[in-house]
Design a protein around this ligand. Sequence first.
Ligand code: HEM
Length: 127
Amino acid sequence: ESQPATVYDAVGGSETFRLLVDRFYAGVATDPVLRPLYPEEDLSGARERLRMFLEQYWGGPRTYSERRGHPRLRLRHAPFRIGPAERDAWLGHMRRALESLQLPESLATTMWDYFVSAAHSLVNAES
Ligand code: HEM
C-alpha cells in the first residue's frame, strides 16, 4: 500500500482545506482583536487566499501563485499591526479549526508546528 506523497493528499485534499479555513474564518469573524484588521467587509476573499496558499504550501494545486505571485507573507502582512495578542488570537482560531478536523496526530502536529512558527514569523509589533 502506498503512502500519499504530500500532506495535502494525506489530510484529504481540497475538502479538508476548505473545512479548515471555513472554520478558522468563522472564528475570526467574531473576534474583537482580529476582525478589525481585515480590510474587506466580506471575509470570503481572505478565506480564499488563505485556502489557496495552504493547499499550495502542503503540496496541492499551485493556484495561489498563479493568481497572487510569490507569497511574500511578511511583506503582505506589513500593513497590519500584528503583536503577540493578534498572533495568539490567530493561533487560537487555527488550533480549534485544526482540532475539529480530527486528523491523525502526526499530521495534526506537523500542521500545527508550521502554523506556530509561521505566525511567530509574522509578528511585526511589540505589543
Ligand atoms: C492575509 C492577518 C498569520 C497567511 C492576511 C490579512 C490579514 C492577515 C489582516 C489580509 C486579508 C486579505 O487577504 O484580505 C493575519 C494575522 C496573523 C496572520 C493577524 C497572525 C500572526 C498568518 C499565517 C499565515 C497567513 C500564520 C500562513 C500560514 C495569509 C495569506 C494571506 C493573508 C496567504 C493572503 C495574502 C495575499 O495573497 O494577499 N492575514 N495573518 N497569515 N494571510 Fe495572514
